[in-house]
Design a protein around this ligand. Structure first.
Ligand code: V47
Ligand code: SF4
Length: 365
């Protein structure tokens, strides 16, 4: 543990005491952490908190991502993945394509399927129900983490039913939990510029609340490093922890650094590695009621993902197998990591690898 005189030197004694006692940090204190000239201050405080929650355990999951279509009625300016139906590079999987992709990994003991796609203009809700049933048939033991709040709203609109009805039909078809995508940044003035056609931040939170109240856990994300300021990030984190106070339904927070290539948000330089790490640390400290922070190696890159494990993160996501959203936006990470590579990354940091499933429950080897 770092000597408390270190925190005193920078005027952080009160924040240090609050972290030790589990007291909630204010947005102003979040600002102060960001503004500290030494990133070791937020970093070590976040690591202290990470250690008190998880010790040196660092989780990973044997998972398979599946992006079933990139055809999308929205045109978010940060997104390099979406296409209109007739555009070059547009794709949509049939159920047979989905079957082939899942069977291609049949020898791997996968415990989570992470499935998301664009908001397709025509696919009916029955397609998604059939896809979930197919996952259950081919991967009976895996946690099915599928469809963001944005997709849920889209399905409801297309089907002319409520989001509660969509969630209950998907749950009946096998949906176990939902990934955290689509949250972006909740501030309306930023959302208006980066994803004007997407549901509002308020609606994203309401759909998550609805899911949580139906017993469907979800993750949550924040896309950062585009047009937003630090204050928008802090407000975003505050809205997440307020919903978590009410429902307890968020399992994990995933900070997603903006990947700058091949999209229509031009002229944005990638954030410095230190700003990324500070954001992960501040997230760990502000989100006092969300148990897990994911270091998503796909978007962070492998070395930064390791560093993040000392800035508050306790999870390294998984094997992934095939990822399109980050890679089409220029992510230079590999497509897949093996179990031994993930364990090697964690051990290489002096931390203890623990395999988990989608619910963050430890899985025996
Ligand atoms: O919703 C899109 C983001 C999200 C870019 O829940 C971009 O366990 C960076 O949500 N640069 C999808 N990010 C990924 C996601 C996720 C990933 C891993 C685990 C989990 C989980 C969730 O990616 C999208 C959007 O917010 N995104 N474009 C981009 N250019
Ligand atoms: Fe569509 Fe999602 Fe891309 Fe927005 S981020 S354009 S909703 S695929």
């Amino acid at each position: 543990m770092i000597d408390k005189r270190f925190y005193k030197k920078y005027g952080f004694s009160r924040i240090y005491e609050k972290i030790l006692s589990g007291e909630r940090l204010s947005l102003e204190e979040g600002d102060q952490l960001y503004a500290c000239p030494d990133p070791g201050v937020p970093g070590s405080l976040a690591h202290l908190r990470r250690r008190s929650l998880h010790g040196s355990d660092t989780t990973y999951v044997l998972n398979q991502q599946l992006n079933y279509t990139n055809i999308c009625v929205n045109h978010c300016s940060f997104c390099s993945y979406h296409r209109t139906k007739k555009a070059e590079g547009a794709f949509e999987f049939s159920l047979e394509d989905v079957r082939a992709r899942i069977l291609s990994q049949a020898r791997e003991p996968i415990t989570e399927i992470h499935c998301v796609g664009g908001c397709h203009p025509e696919l009916p809700l029955s397609f998604y129900e059939d896809m979930l049933q197919l996952f259950k048939e081919l991967r009976p033991g895996a946690v099915l983490k599928c469809f963001t709040a944005v997709e849920i709203e889209h399905f409801a609109k297309r089907e002319k039913i409520s989001t509660a009805q969509v969630l209950s039909r998907l749950k009946a078809a096998g949906l176990d939990m939902m990934p955290g995508g689509g949250a972006e940044i909740f501030a309306p003035e930023i959302r208006e510029r980066i994803c004007p056609q997407k549901i509002s931040g308020r609606r994203w939170l309401d759909i998550c609340q609805e899911a949580h109240e139906m017993g469907i856990k979800t993750n949550c994300t924040m896309l950062f490093g585009h047009l937003e300021e630090r204050r928008h990030r802090l407000e975003h984190l505050d809205l997440l922890r307020r919903l978590q106070d009410r429902t307890g339904g968020f399992l994990c927070f995933i900070p997603l650094p903006f990947q700058t290539s091949n999209n229509s948000l031009k002229g944005i330089a990638p954030l410095s590695g230190i700003e990324e790490l500070k954001t992960i640390a501040v997230s760990r400290l502000m989100l006092d009621n969300i148990p897990n922070i994911k270091s998503y190696w796909v978007m962070l890159g492998l070395k930064q993902a390791q560093a993040a494990l000392f800035y508050g993160a306790n999870d390294l996501d998984g094997t992934v197998v095939e990822e399109k959203i980050g890679h089409m936006a220029g992510a230079d990470s590999p497509q897949v990591l093996s179990r031994s590579e993930l364990e090697g990354m964690i051990r290489g940091c002096g931390l203890n690898p623990v395999q988990r499933n989608g619910f963050f429950e430890a899985v025996g080897c």
